[in-house]
Design a protein around this ligand. Structure first.
Ligand SMILES: [Fe+2]
Length: 287
């Protein structure tokens, strides 16, 4: 499978297109929809780059995969499905995330708790066939309960389970996040062959380094600043929790969650025809 990476500078997010030239089939992982919070305007610039890439190569999109319910950007899954087809899939543990957040947003009218807004709910070790390739789903919770990684040939797409070795891992302080569980998921990944390539869901480069998104599993084991193989579970939990202590709320948390829980749909329009994003006043303080 060939891999094309797209980096959204506004949200530091990586979107991947995996495609097989022989069959012309493709998979999109973690697409981004632009959203300007102050104006409420969306923009499809990042998503349209993916559409152009797919159309230029006459690819047939089989799957639009979400590694998890993102809290820092809106997904373009719904928009891409409309323009390119394909099935939207996310981990089956989405039901846990829905059960937590849907009552909070009071959005059950257009956000089903059973996850049926997604075409397929994915289970650990499930396989997806794309042309002549098989993608294996690995459930890698910890950052969120729903997080999945996608393993194909010599590459794994880990979402936020690991970041580049000099960045570490994603935070574990969201509801349902758990540092110990993240450590266990990383150990699961570390069982894979050392030379597989690890593609991350974000990159936040330290000052002076350019954006990067791929490392080998060996590099992760040897030098991940938070999760290398010589760091114990106890140490990892301690370091991760220290880092999470004063992390700010992601700028797009409230818009992103409610839209991403609907697979990228903005929900039912009101009588005036507009769709709304709701901001619960002092809501986060009550969690
Ligand atoms: Fe995330």
């Amino acid at each position: 499978m060939e891999i094309k990476s797209f980096f959204d500078t506004r949200t530091a997010t990586l979107t991947y297109v995996l495609y097989e030239s022989a069959s012309g089939e493709a998979v999109i992982i973690d697409p981004v929809l632009g959203y300007d919070q102050s104006s409420g305007m969306t923009d499809v610039q990042a998503a349209d780059e993916v559409i152009t890439f797919i159309k230029e190569r006459h690819l047939l999109v089989r799957w639009i995969l979400e590694t998890h319910v993102h809290a820092d950007h809106l997904t373009a899954a719904c928009y891409l499905k409309k323009h390119l087809g394909g099935k939207i899939a996310i981990g089956a543990q989405i039901q846990k995330v829905l059960n937590f957040w849907v009552p909070f947003f009071n959005s059950v009218k257009d956000t089903p708790l059973d996850g049926s807004q997604f075409d397929v709910l994915l289970h650990h070790h499930q396989t997806l066939v794309v042309g002549g390739c098989v993608i294996q789903v690995l459930h890698t919770p910890g950052h969120t309960p729903v997080c999945c990684s996608f393993f194909v040939h010599d590459a794994i797409f880990v979402g936020d389970t690991l970041f580049m070795p000099d960045v570490g891992t994603a935070r574990t302080d969201f509801p349902g996040g758990n540092a110990g569980i993240l450590y266990d998921s990383i150990q699961k990944l570390f069982q894979l062959p050392d030379d597989i390539k690890v593609y991350v869901g974000h990159d936040y480069p330290p000052q002076g380094r350019e954006v990067r998104w791929v490392s080998s599993l060996r590099q992760q084991k040897e030098s991940n600043i938070l999760a290398s193989e010589n760091i114990s579970r106890k140490e990892f939990i301690q370091k991760r929790q220290e880092r999470d202590l004063h992390k700010p709320v992601p700028q797009l948390l409230l818009p992103a969650l409610q839209v991403n829980l609907r697979a990228g749909s903005f929900g039912l329009p009101e009588e005036n025809g507009f769709q709304y994003i709701k901001i619960p006043v002092n809501g986060l303080g009550r969690l």
